[in-house]
Write a protein that binds this ligand. Structure first.
Ligand SMILES: [Zn+2]
Length: 246
């Protein structure tokens, strides 16, 4: 899958002895992403994770809806808003980047054609069509030039880099993200308190590691957050197990 923006980064503190992530240090962008998981409609989660990868039965509900013949359906638009909640929720500017990227994918699959015929210098013509065989009502010939799609928002704007007005939390502080995705401002607990809590005696067993959160990792985080209390460990350390989250 293509990457439409910069990736989020998270600094992990790993205990090599137990092969566990103790906690991560995250900035506003990562924390906004984690909190925005709560804004995902259940239908979007089912769509993102696919039927067989879903715990529980919501995946089957989603699948059944998609399989229903038009004969049984009252309104295609209503069904579509359930099956493609990405499109239904684009008015939410704080939307999770998993949503905006999959919306981007959907939009890429749908081609729009614009009236663009250099012979008529039709640059300012406003007609577009989904069918490349349609003639422009202004007499410019066929509307058959593939329109270039500009995504509404990429990763960086969807999860609000920089400006404080976007996203959920303020950007001035660093946050501690625990393995179970508990998020606290870093200033409220000291690293020493945390190390005591984890009963780390040998500092030599600790390792810092920077990891990226792109679309793939975002999906894995979403899936792991529904299944385990050891999210960061599962997504970023357990190579074999992590592949189950694909
Ligand atoms: Zn035209």
């Amino acid at each position: 899958m293509e990457n439409t923006g910069k990736e989020l980064t998270l600094k992990l503190l790993i205990d090599k002895k137990s092969d566990k992530v103790l906690f991560g240090e995250a900035n506003k962008d990562v924390v906004d992403f984690i909190f925005s998981l709560l804004a995902l409609p259940l239908g979007a989660i089912a769509k993102l994770l696919k039927k067989d990868a879903m715990v529980g039965s919501i995946g089957q509900v989603y699948h059944s809806l998609g399989m229903l013949n038009e004969t049984y359906i009252l309104s295609k638009e209503k069904i579509s808003s359930l099956v493609n909640p990405t499109l239904a929720s684009t008015s939410n500017t704080k939307s999770n980047f998993l949503l905006s990227q999959s919306t981007h994918q959907d939009t890429k699959d749908r081609r729009l054609y614009v009236c663009y015929n250099p012979n008529y210098s039709s640059r300012s013509c406003r007609y577009v069509s989904e069918d490349p065989g349609v003639s422009c009502p202004n007499g410019h010939g066929l509307i058959n030039t593939v329109a270039m799609f500009v995504p509404k928002s990429d990763v960086s704007s969807a999860v609000a880099v920089g400006s404080d007005g976007n996203g959920y939390v303020k950007g001035v502080v660093t946050y501690t993200v625990m393995d179970d995705l508990t998020v606290v401002p870093m200033s409220t607990i000291s690293s020493i308190t945390l190390l005591n809590k984890f009963q780390i005696k040998d500092l030599g067993s600790l390792e810092e590691k920077m990891v990226n959160i792109g679309f793939e990792e975002g999906l894995k985080l979403l899936k792991a957050s529904l299944e385990t209390k050891a999210v960061l460990t599962n997504v970023f350390l357990k190579k074999n197990r992590a592949s189950n989250y694909a």
